[in-house]
Design a protein. Sequence first.
Length: 144
Amino acid sequence: MKKLILSLLLFTKLFADQGTGVESLSPELRALLSQEMLALEKGMHSIFSDIISGNYEEIVITAEQIQNSFILKQKLSPSQRKELQTKLPKAFIHLDQGFHESAGELVNAAEFEDKKLSIEIFTKMTNTCVKCHSTYAKSRFPNF
């Protein structure tokens, strides 16, 4: 029992030491991240509509845009890149990378017009959004 409590305390300490995340970013980077999130939301809405109407060509286009919008792939100054890598929690970056990788998987599924796989991948992407928002954006989404 003591080991469990100690492990939980250590985990909590490590998580807390990762910084305050998005709130600690410079206004420029917060604006960039906000723009990306709005574009992702729009893309996810579009993909949903395209999945339920079987519009695979549009799914491919939108999923490719999502795949290529990963914030760390954008043209950033060396100081901005360092700021992102040091201030955003590693788990946040990992979720974001996974989300964009899933978008690439969705491109492949949609190219083959695989409805079942497209739905599974889209669901995985949606779950990633929920996990990230409920962990890192509680101030913006207080119902989590």
